[in-house]
Structure formats: structure tokens, C-alpha cells
Design a protein around this ligand. Structure first.
Ligand SMILES: Cc1cc2nc3c(=O)[nH]c(=O)nc-3n(C[C@H](O)[C@H](O)[C@H](O)COP(=O)(O)O)c2cc1C
Length: 281
């Protein structure tokens, strides 16, 4: 993919902004909380924004405390309505005290996924092609919910309610924090996914984690070292979603960067050798 900004000067004017992550060359070694070497990737910002896929399969490696602190710090730097900063984070790191909440989540996620899998036509594969993108994604999500209790880190994104209700502003303020969290995790070599499947058992979850009545859990982010890898996300083409000045007026200037693929809805197809002509999928 050709990245806008390639070759431009960095914000501080000292260096050249690099167009791509060259993982091996950029791999730095940081020290984990037990002195273990932990690989961290330096990800150029635009690349990170466009390649932070939902990661649902994790290696069992724990996330060192200093990495978690960095990730949470980035999450708290996100904007919120009137800068009220209503978001609170309950971090389940694998300790005994967090086990009941993990178990509630595991049950809720499995029920939610079973319902979605049966009701969502997208996932109702006829099973004739075990390697079709939808079958593979369904398999990944099944694996995810089956192993939810063992995900290295689960973050409950909580919001304090005003007057006992969730205002639009309070709710909406959780999402930038969730995205910052995912991007910061990505920058340190981790992956994750945002989820709302806890809503099926939110009261039980609150009781299990000791969350008071005037706080709700607006989202859940799971995190860990990816068993797979990040890569370009599948999103619709700019021409389909950007309008010029008024509704549905084509924005001729809003073109996807040259070489952009994956511009149709649906899970990513398996990586196969590309035909010589290339082009958009
Ligand atoms: C508001 C919101 C709610 C989501 N809820 C769930 C969820 O309950 N379960 C889940 O597995 N993924 C959930 N996701 C992740 C999306 O399914 C995922 O980001 C989307 O399919 C695009 O996949 P990609 O990020 O890998 O491109 C949610 C994402 C957002 C932003």
C-alpha cells in the first residue's frame, strides 16, 4: 500500500517519517517486569491507524506491567466530552480476584456468539468451503469465545453515570479511549479487540468485579500477543462514504491511496499469491 505522508518530515522536523513498518529492522527490545526481554514494534502512526485489525487469537504470554501502564496511559489521553473524563478501567491481568469476572464474561460471550452465529446470515456458512473467509472468521471467533477466560488481559471500560443514567456524551467518551488503548497496544506489539458482548450479563459482571451502581461497563477490550498478525483492515472505499459539501455528492478528491485493497465488506480473504495485474479486490 502506498501511504500518504511517505517521505514527509516528522512533526518535530528532525527526521523523515517512514512510510512502512519494517518489522525486523524496527524491532526494539524492552525489558519486562521480570527483566525478560520483550519485543516492541515501532509503528508509524498512519500505518498503525490503517492496520490495527481485531485480534482474537493470542499467545499465552502475559503483558508486563510497564507495558500495561503505557497502554492505559495512552487510553487516558483520549478526548472526552467537556474533558469530563468519565472512563474508568478495571484491568483483569489473570489474578485470582479477577477470575469471577472472567467467568461471567466467558459465559456471556459464548451465548452472544452462539446467537449471532445462528442469526447473522453473514456467518451462516453452508460449510462447503472450510477455507472461505466467513468460515475462517467464524472459527476464529469460536476459538476466541471458547478461550475467553484465558485471554492474557481483559480491560473493562467503565463509565461513571450522572443521575443514574448513561448520557450520550458519557457513552461516546468511552470509545476514543478504547481505540487509543488498541492503538497503543499495537505500538507495543500486542493486539486486541473491542467487544460489547458483556452487555448480556452486565449486572452479573459488575457484581463479580465490585463495580458500584453508578458506574456501567460500556465496553470490553481483550489484549495479548497476537497469534496471527496485524494487516490492512477491510473497509469500504472512500468514494462510497465521503460526500462533498452536501449528502451523496461525489467527492472527487477523496480517493483511496494507490494500491488500497480490501474495500468491500466482509472478512479478509486468505493470503494468496496476487495475480500480476493486481488491482482492488
Ligand atoms: C462498537 C464496537 C462493538 C464491537 N463489538 C464486538 C463484539 O461484541 N464481539 C466481537 O468479537 N467484536 C466486536 N467488535 C469488533 C468488530 O467486530 C471489528 O472491529 C470489525 O469486525 C472489523 O474488524 P477489523 O477491525 O479486524 O477490521 C466491536 C467493535 C466496535 C467498534
Amino acid at each position: 500500500m502506498a501511504w500518504p505522508g511517505a517521505g514527509a518530515r516528522s512533526a518535530d522536523g528532525r527526521g523523515v517519517v517512514r512510510a512502512r513498518v519494517v518489522a525486523d529492522r524496527d524491532r526494539r527490545v524492552e525489558r519486562g517486569d521480570r527483566g525478560r526481554a520483550v519485543n516492541a514494534l515501532k509503528v508509524e502512526m498512519f500505518e498503525g491507524l490503517c492496520t490495527t485489525r481485531a485480534i482474537r487469537r493470542y499467545l499465552p504470554d502475559p503483558i508486563p506491567a510497564e507495558h500495561l501502564a503505557k497502554i492505559l496511559f495512552a487510553a487516558t489521553r483520549a478526548p472526552s466530552g467537556a474533558n469530563r473524563q468519565p472512563v474508568r478501567f478495571v484491568v483483569l491481568r489473570g489474578g485470582d480476584a479477577g477470575r469471577p469476572a472472567r467467568e461471567v464474561l466467558g459465559r456471556a460471550f459464548r451465548v452472544a456468539w452462539a446467537a449471532k452465529r445462528n442469526s447473522d446470515s453473514f456467518y451462516r456458512s453452508d460449510g462447503s468451503d472450510p477455507d472461505s473467509p466467513r468460515t475462517r472468521q467464524a472459527r476464529t471467533i469460536q476459538h476466541y469465545v471458547d478461550h475467553l477466560e484465558d485471554v492474557p488481559v481483559i480491560v473493562l471500560l467503565c463509565a461513571r453515570l450522572r443521575d443514574g443514567t448513561m448520557s450520550f456524551l458519557d457513552g461516546a467518551s468511552v470509545y476514543p479511549a478504547g481505540q487509543n488503548l488498541l492503538l497503543a497496544a499495537r505500538a507495543l506489539g500486542y493486539g486486541g479487540v473491542f467487544s460489547v458482548w458483556h452487555l448480556l450479563a452486565v449486572d452479573e459482571l459488575k457484581a463479580a468485579a465490585g463495580i458500584p451502581d453508578d458506574v456501567t461497563v460500556a465496553g470490553v477490550v481483550t489484549l495479548g500477543k497476537p497469534a496471527g498478525r496485524h494487516g490492512p483492515v477491510r473497509r469500504v472505499a472512500l468514494a462510497d462514504v465521503v460526500y462533498d459539501e452536501t449528502w451523496e455528492q461525489p467527492a472527487e478528491w477523496a480517493a483511496d491511496p494507490p494500491g488500497t485493497r480490501l474495500t468491500r465488506p466482509g472478512p479478509a480473504a486468505p493470503v494468496r499469491p496476487r495475480p500480476p495485474s493486481g488491482g482492488a479486490e
